[in-house]
Every structure is written in structure tokens, then in C-alpha cells.
Design a protein around this ligand. Structure first.
Ligand code: 6PG
Length: 465
């Protein structure tokens, strides 16, 4: 029998995805550059081996797949994808379909899509880490509707299911749309993680709480409005003990965060789109600062350690996190809207929120409500949706208290503070850009609009210069 689909790249994610596909009853042909990896994969597939067809050359892989073929690429983003596409080109027919399921830069996906590849092409964002890939990821597809429809049965079968049973797999739009949405997902992932870490810091440094006590608080929050995968794992990692020293595991981990770049891409793209996403930008900045450990140690030696005691009721911390989370997602969805216009996609905001409800790293209870609020009016900023406007109104005083008391006590809270600053800007009808406009006109005769509509495009700066 021929395979329903093929997969190239049996690294952690590729292997997990292949087993998921085999488990759902689709015969899958697999190939890896190193043949031993392919053999080991097939040997360890257990009961699923009956649905796995290991192949040792690219030509064998192609021959093993039923026509018109569909092949998933799970190789490192960047040049390896281009190399693999080039290697496949002479082997495939025009109606064969290659699906790049890695963490590609969506600009690359757009480029590849427009480069006249001699076969069909989809870019697909897959979230959920190894566990998700194996048992149900969130899947964000990009390409034509007819290409997506060819593999939609496989993708919906392997995807996570939301509580209401809907599979978390959908076509987001043309070409790079799937990888774009996955990129913003990762930006939000960075922001969610950073805000949780800032609140953790308030408890650890402001209130001298032990990791175990912090774990209990996270576990409690995970039963309420904040219920989410990231809060759940925060409770777990703060509960774990180091097998070497017996100390809390988090207390022996160096405070230096790695990053593979997707958060940074989100921040850069947001600038290109003039989309304000300060919480995500702050999260990327904080990771960059975290990497500069020597400078931070020198700063502490010169100016004294920043965080001082600062007691805040955990219920207030919880509310602050709720506010920060809503503000961050509102920014993320606004960025997605802006991209829709810029790239000629019709990105469906409620659909994106629905796809993110399960399987992915940012899955949370709140995404159900976000999907509902965006469905009411996708063009409206999420903070203006009645449900979230009410939640924010209740939670903002807590965020303000945490940011102001925290700042007064030397706690660095870049993501939470950025959220609050953005919120206050967003409810300031008369801002201060009138001064910016006067300055621009003074030094560059850039002109301005008057509030009374009078036609006098420049100020009387002449005599003052
Ligand atoms: C996911 C994740 C994943 C991402 C890692 C690493 O949705 O499964 O977003 O795709 O690659 O989280 O990100 P950093 O190494 O940049 O933290």
C-alpha cells in the first residue's frame, strides 16, 4: 500500500508528528538525511510501525507516497528548507504538495511561494512542542484553500481539540499567513512567559517566598481566570526539586534566557506594520537583557541590588496578571489585523483565537472568551469588547498598584509596565503629540493640523529660531 503522506526530517518534532499521523490511521512514508535515524525511528514505532514506511533515499520516499503526493518538511528553518525544496524539485510532479511545517520566517514562506516552485506549496505553523506534535498540536496553515483542503483531513485528525470538540487546525490565509500567525503566537508566548516571570519575581524577591509557596499560588491561579498551560507549567516547575542538591529546581537554574528568534521577528515585524505591541517588545528586550549577565552583575555591584521588599496581596498580583494578559493579546490581535491589510490576507481573528484554544503553548481558558469577543466584532480592539472591557476595568487598579509599588521598590517589570503605559495611552483623548508636531515643524517645517481647523500649516517660529 502507498502512503497517504510523507515526512522529511525525523528530529524531535518530525518524529512526534509522524507518530501522531500514523496513530490516526494514515500510512506515512518517512525519510531522514541520516538513514540510521530513519531505521531507529521505524524500529521504535511499536504498534504504529504498520503505518510507517521507512525509506532510505528521497526517490524511495517519493515513490512510496500515493499521487498526488503530499510531503511534510520538518527540517530546521532557513537554508535547510531551501536545500530540501531544491532536492525535491526534480522528483516531484506539478500537482504534488510540499508542506513546510517548521518555524519558518513568514517572509521566507512568501518568497518560496512566489518563487515558481515546480510543485504546490503550503507553509504551516505547528505549536505545542514535542508533546503537542505527538498528541495534538495547534496547526496554522498558509497557502491556497484547495491545497489546504487536500491535507485538511490529516491535519484536523492530528490536531488538538478544543473543549467543544473543534480541531485546532485551520487555514489562516495565503502563503506565509500560517507562519505569520505562528510567529505572533510566539511573540505572545514570550510576553505571557515574561509577565508570569515578573510576578514570580515580586513573590520571590519582594516577599521572600519560597518556590514551593509560589507553586501553590500558581496552582491556585490555574483554577481561575488565568487557567492556562503556561500557568500550569509554572506551578510544576516551581514545585520541582533538583536531584543533585535537593534545592528547588528553579533556584539552581541560571537566569539567562535563550531564544531562537521568533519573538524578535514579531517585534521587528510589528515595527514595519506600525502596530504597537509594547508588551511583546518588552519581553524580547528582557530576554536580551537577561543574556547580559556580566553587565547586570556589574550594575548590581555599582548601584546596589534593585529589588527591595514589597508586599502585595497575591489576589492583587493575580488581577494584575489578568490585566496584563488581556492588554498583550489585544496588541497581538491588532498586529494581526494590520498584517491582513498589508499582505492582502483576510486573517480571521476569531478563527485564530479558536485555533489557539488547545494544543499550542499559549492555550488558555481566556482564549475561548477572546474567540467569542472577536466574533462579535473582529475590527474592534479587544479591550473595547464589553466582556474584556469589564474585566480590565476591574483588574487595572491591581496592575497599576503592582507596577507603581513594584517600581518604587526597584522591581523591574518591563512587560507589565509596558502594558499599563499602552493602556493609559489608549484612553488619552488629548495626548502630547501636539508638542512633537510643534518640534517637527520648528526644525523641519513638517507642518501640523490645528485643532480648530484653521488653515495655518506652520507655526510662528521664524523670530524664535
Ligand atoms: C511552540 C513554540 C516553539 C518555539 C519554542 C522556542 O509553539 O511550540 O513556540 O515553536 O520554537 O517555544 O522558542 P524560543 O527558543 O525562542 O524561546
Amino acid at each position: 500500500a502507498q502512503a497517504r503522506i510523507g515526512l522529511i526530517g525525523l528530529g524531535t518534532m518530525g518524529a512526534a508528528l509522524a507518530l501522531n499521523i500514523a496513530e490516526k490511521g494514515f500510512p506515512i512514508a518517512v525519510w531522514n538525511r541520516t538513514t540510521e535515524v530513519t531505521r531507529a525511528f521505524a524500529a521504535n514505532a511499536g504498534d504504529l510501525a504498520q503505518n510507517v514506511i521507512p525509506t532510505e533515499t528521497l526517490a524511495d520516499l517519493v515513490a512510496a507516497i500515493a499521487k498526488p503526493r503530499a510531503i511534510i518538511l520538518m527540517v530546521p528553518a532557513g537554508q535547510p528548507v531551501d536545500d530540501q525544496l531544491a532536492a525535491l524539485a526534480p522528483l516531484l510532479d506539478a500537482d504534488d504538495l510540499v508542506i513546510d511545517a517548521g518555524n519558518a520566517d513568514f517572509h521566507d514562506t512568501n518568497r518560496r511561494d512566489g518563487a515558481g516552485l515546480p510543485f504546490r506549496f503550503l507553509g504551516m505553523g505547528v505549536s505545542g512542542g514535542e508533546e503537542g506534535a505527538r498528541h495534538g498540536p495547534a496547526i496554522m496553515g498558509g497557502g491556497t484553500a484547495s491545497d489546504w483542503d487536500r491535507v485538511a483531513d490529516v491535519m484536523t485528525a492530528i490536531a488538538a481539540r478544543a473543549e467543544d470538540g473543534t480541531p485546532c487546525a485551520a487555514r489562516m490565509g495565503d502563503a506565509g499567513a500560517g507562519h505569520f500567525v505562528k510567529m505572533v503566537h510566539n511573540g505572545i508566548e514570550y510576553a505571557d512567559m515574561q509577565m508570569i516571570a515578573e510576578i514570580y519575581g515580586m513573590m520571590r524577591d519582594g516577599m521572600a517566598m519560597e518556590a514551593a509557596a509560589i507553586s501553590d499560588i500558581f496552582a491556585r491561579w490555574n483554577t481561575g481566570v488565568l487557567q492556562s498551560y503556561l500557568i500550569e507549567i509554572s506551578a510544576k516547575v516551581t514545585a520541582a526539586a533538583d536531584p543533585h542538591t535537593g534545592k528547588p529546581m528553579v533556584d539552581v537554574i541560571l537566569d539567562r534566557a535563550g531564544q531562537k528568534g521568533t519573538g524578535r521577528w514579531t517585534a521587528i515585524e510589528a515595527q514595519h506594520l506600525s502596530a504597537p505591541i509594547p508588551v511583546i517588545e518588552a519581553a524580547v528586550m528582557a530576554r536580551n537583557v537577561s543574556a547580559r549577565l556580566d553587565e547586570r552583575l556589574a550594575g548590581e555591584a555599582r548601584f546596589g541590588a534593585a529589588p527591595q521588599p514589597c508586599a502585595i496581596d497575591p489576589q492583587v498580583l493575580e488581577q494584575a496578571l489578568i490585566a496584563g494578559k488581556i492588554l498583550c493579546y489585544a496588541q497581538g490581535f491588532t498586529m494581526i489585523s494590520a498584517a491582513s491589510g498589508r499582505f492582502g490576507w483576510t486573517l480571521d481573528l476569531p478563527e485564530i483565537a479558536r485555533v489557539w484554544r488547545a494544543g499550542c503553548i499559549i492555550r488558555s481558558a481566556m482564549l475561548n472568551d477572546m474567540a467569542a469577543a472577536l466574533a462579535e466584532d473582529p475590527a474592534r480592539n479587544l479591550i473595547m469588547a464589553p466582556f474584556f472591557a469589564d474585566l480590565i476595568e476591574t483588574a487595572i487598579p491591581a496592575l497599576r498598584q503592582v507596577v507603581s509599588q513594584g517600581a518604587a521598590a526597584g522591581h523591574a517589570l518591563p512587560a507589565l509596565a509596558s502594558g499599563l503605559m499602552w493602556f493609559d495611552l489608549m484612553r488619552t483623548g488629548r495626548g502630547t503629540a501636539n508638542l512633537i508636531q510643534a518640534q517637527r515643524d520648528f526644525f523641519g517645517a513638517h507642518g501640523f493640523q490645528r485643532i480648530d481647523g484653521l488653515d495655518a500649516p506652520h507655526g510662528p517660529w521664524g523670530g524664535l529660531a
